[in-house]
Design a binder for this molecule. Structure first.
Ligand SMILES: [Zn+2]
Length: 187
Protein backbone atom coordinates (compact mmCIF):
# COMPACT_ATOMS: atom_id res chain seq x y z
CA UNK A 1 0.00 0.00 0.00
CA UNK A 2 2.70 2.47 0.95
CA UNK A 3 4.64 1.41 -2.10
CA UNK A 4 1.67 2.15 -4.33
CA UNK A 5 1.24 5.55 -2.69
CA UNK A 6 4.91 6.40 -3.20
CA UNK A 7 4.73 5.31 -6.81
CA UNK A 8 1.74 7.52 -7.45
CA UNK A 9 3.39 10.48 -5.76
CA UNK A 10 6.53 10.01 -7.86
CA UNK A 11 4.43 9.73 -11.02
CA UNK A 12 2.57 12.93 -10.23
CA UNK A 13 5.82 14.78 -9.61
CA UNK A 14 7.27 13.60 -12.90
CA UNK A 15 4.44 15.27 -14.81
CA UNK A 16 4.96 18.74 -13.36
CA UNK A 17 6.96 20.21 -16.21
CA UNK A 18 9.99 22.46 -16.01
CA UNK A 19 10.64 24.03 -12.63
CA UNK A 20 12.26 27.41 -12.11
CA UNK A 21 15.24 28.00 -9.84
CA UNK A 22 14.30 29.13 -6.35
CA UNK A 23 17.57 30.96 -5.77
CA UNK A 24 18.17 29.45 -2.34
CA UNK A 25 21.45 27.90 -1.37
CA UNK A 26 21.28 25.72 1.70
CA UNK A 27 24.22 23.73 2.96
CA UNK A 28 23.63 20.12 3.82
CA UNK A 29 26.00 17.32 4.70
CA UNK A 30 28.32 16.44 1.82
CA UNK A 31 27.75 12.80 0.93
CA UNK A 32 29.03 13.28 -2.60
CA UNK A 33 32.79 13.18 -2.59
CA UNK A 34 34.35 16.09 -4.44
CA UNK A 35 31.11 17.96 -5.15
CA UNK A 36 30.14 21.06 -3.15
CA UNK A 37 26.88 20.19 -1.41
CA UNK A 38 25.29 23.62 -1.89
CA UNK A 39 25.56 23.27 -5.67
CA UNK A 40 24.57 19.61 -5.80
CA UNK A 41 21.33 20.08 -3.84
CA UNK A 42 20.15 22.87 -6.15
CA UNK A 43 20.84 20.86 -9.32
CA UNK A 44 17.54 19.64 -10.77
CA UNK A 45 17.19 16.24 -12.37
CA UNK A 46 15.19 15.33 -15.41
CA UNK A 47 11.45 15.80 -14.96
CA UNK A 48 10.72 12.77 -17.08
CA UNK A 49 12.11 10.64 -19.86
CA UNK A 50 11.11 8.22 -22.59
CA UNK A 51 8.94 5.29 -21.51
CA UNK A 52 10.80 2.35 -20.03
CA UNK A 53 10.91 -0.24 -22.85
CA UNK A 54 10.13 -3.00 -20.36
CA UNK A 55 7.07 -1.36 -18.79
CA UNK A 56 5.50 1.86 -20.05
CA UNK A 57 4.16 2.74 -16.60
CA UNK A 58 7.71 3.86 -15.87
CA UNK A 59 10.21 6.14 -17.58
CA UNK A 60 13.91 5.91 -18.26
CA UNK A 61 15.26 9.34 -17.32
CA UNK A 62 18.52 10.62 -18.74
CA UNK A 63 20.98 10.13 -15.85
CA UNK A 64 23.27 13.03 -16.75
CA UNK A 65 22.24 15.26 -13.83
CA UNK A 66 23.48 12.75 -11.27
CA UNK A 67 26.67 14.03 -9.60
CA UNK A 68 29.75 12.56 -11.21
CA UNK A 69 30.61 9.76 -8.73
CA UNK A 70 27.00 8.56 -8.76
CA UNK A 71 26.72 8.87 -12.53
CA UNK A 72 29.83 6.79 -13.13
CA UNK A 73 28.58 4.20 -10.63
CA UNK A 74 25.17 4.14 -12.32
CA UNK A 75 26.79 3.51 -15.71
CA UNK A 76 28.85 0.66 -14.25
CA UNK A 77 25.69 -0.82 -12.72
CA UNK A 78 23.70 -0.55 -15.96
CA UNK A 79 26.54 -2.14 -17.92
CA UNK A 80 26.83 -5.04 -15.46
CA UNK A 81 23.09 -5.63 -15.61
CA UNK A 82 23.13 -5.46 -19.40
CA UNK A 83 25.88 -8.07 -19.51
CA UNK A 84 23.48 -10.27 -17.54
CA UNK A 85 20.65 -9.56 -19.98
CA UNK A 86 18.86 -7.22 -17.57
CA UNK A 87 17.73 -3.71 -18.55
CA UNK A 88 17.53 -1.09 -15.80
CA UNK A 89 15.23 1.90 -16.18
CA UNK A 90 15.99 5.05 -14.20
CA UNK A 91 12.45 5.93 -13.14
CA UNK A 92 13.70 8.75 -10.91
CA UNK A 93 17.21 9.91 -10.09
CA UNK A 94 18.42 13.37 -9.20
CA UNK A 95 16.06 15.91 -7.69
CA UNK A 96 16.80 19.48 -6.68
CA UNK A 97 15.59 20.81 -3.35
CA UNK A 98 12.82 22.53 -5.25
CA UNK A 99 11.76 19.34 -7.03
CA UNK A 100 11.66 17.48 -3.74
CA UNK A 101 9.66 20.32 -2.16
CA UNK A 102 7.20 20.03 -5.05
CA UNK A 103 6.80 16.33 -4.36
CA UNK A 104 6.16 17.10 -0.71
CA UNK A 105 3.60 19.78 -1.61
CA UNK A 106 1.84 17.29 -3.91
CA UNK A 107 1.74 14.80 -1.08
CA UNK A 108 0.25 17.39 1.28
CA UNK A 109 -2.55 17.90 -1.25
CA UNK A 110 -3.01 14.17 -1.72
CA UNK A 111 -3.01 13.24 1.97
CA UNK A 112 -4.55 16.40 3.40
CA UNK A 113 -1.88 17.52 5.86
CA UNK A 114 1.86 18.00 6.18
CA UNK A 115 1.88 15.52 9.02
CA UNK A 116 0.37 12.76 6.92
CA UNK A 117 2.46 13.70 3.88
CA UNK A 118 5.64 13.37 5.90
CA UNK A 119 4.87 9.68 6.37
CA UNK A 120 5.31 9.13 2.65
CA UNK A 121 7.54 11.85 1.22
CA UNK A 122 10.72 13.32 2.64
CA UNK A 123 11.49 16.99 3.09
CA UNK A 124 14.30 18.27 0.79
CA UNK A 125 17.00 18.16 3.47
CA UNK A 126 16.29 14.48 4.09
CA UNK A 127 16.17 13.01 0.59
CA UNK A 128 19.17 11.17 -0.84
CA UNK A 129 17.72 11.99 -4.29
CA UNK A 130 18.50 15.64 -3.49
CA UNK A 131 21.96 14.73 -2.21
CA UNK A 132 22.45 12.88 -5.49
CA UNK A 133 23.26 9.33 -4.39
CA UNK A 134 19.83 7.70 -4.89
CA UNK A 135 18.10 6.12 -7.90
CA UNK A 136 14.68 4.54 -8.31
CA UNK A 137 14.98 1.53 -10.60
CA UNK A 138 12.07 -0.07 -12.46
CA UNK A 139 10.56 -2.46 -13.27
CA UNK A 140 10.76 -4.39 -10.03
CA UNK A 141 12.25 -7.46 -11.71
CA UNK A 142 15.20 -5.28 -12.72
CA UNK A 143 15.39 -3.78 -9.22
CA UNK A 144 15.56 -7.34 -7.92
CA UNK A 145 18.66 -7.96 -10.01
CA UNK A 146 20.26 -4.88 -8.44
CA UNK A 147 19.35 -6.05 -4.96
CA UNK A 148 21.12 -9.35 -5.63
CA UNK A 149 24.11 -7.99 -7.53
CA UNK A 150 24.50 -4.26 -6.88
CA UNK A 151 26.54 -4.37 -3.70
CA UNK A 152 29.72 -5.34 -5.54
CA UNK A 153 29.43 -1.99 -7.36
CA UNK A 154 28.44 0.03 -4.27
CA UNK A 155 24.64 -0.02 -4.71
CA UNK A 156 22.35 -1.10 -1.88
CA UNK A 157 18.62 -1.22 -1.32
CA UNK A 158 17.83 0.72 1.88
CA UNK A 159 14.11 0.43 2.67
CA UNK A 160 11.70 -2.45 3.11
CA UNK A 161 8.85 -0.47 1.55
CA UNK A 162 10.81 0.77 -1.48
CA UNK A 163 12.20 -2.20 -3.42
CA UNK A 164 13.00 0.19 -6.28
CA UNK A 165 15.15 2.65 -4.26
CA UNK A 166 18.93 2.18 -4.17
CA UNK A 167 21.73 4.32 -2.82
CA UNK A 168 25.36 4.46 -3.89
CA UNK A 169 28.20 4.46 -1.43
CA UNK A 170 31.58 2.99 -2.38
CA UNK A 171 31.96 1.82 1.23
CA UNK A 172 29.21 -0.76 0.62
CA UNK A 173 31.60 -2.71 -1.62
CA UNK A 174 33.69 -3.80 1.34
CA UNK A 175 31.38 -3.15 4.31
CA UNK A 176 28.32 -4.76 2.76
CA UNK A 177 24.82 -3.36 2.68
CA UNK A 178 23.34 -1.91 5.88
CA UNK A 179 20.25 -3.60 7.33
CA UNK A 180 17.04 -2.56 5.62
CA UNK A 181 15.07 0.17 7.37
CA UNK A 182 11.25 -0.04 7.39
CA UNK A 183 10.92 3.15 5.32
CA UNK A 184 12.71 6.36 4.41
CA UNK A 185 10.37 8.39 6.57
CA UNK A 186 10.52 6.18 9.65
CA UNK A 187 6.76 5.67 9.59
ZN1 LIG B 1 13.94 6.76 -4.22
Amino acid sequence: MIGMLMASVCGAALALGVLGANGRVVLVWDRVVGAPAAIVVEMPGAETGPPCPLDARYVDEPPDRLPQPTLAAWQRLRSAAGADGVRLCLNDGKRSREQQARQFAEAVQEFGSAGLASRYVLQPDESMHVVGIAVDIQPLASAGWVERNGRALGWCRRYENEPWHFEYDPAYVTAGCPALLPSATGS
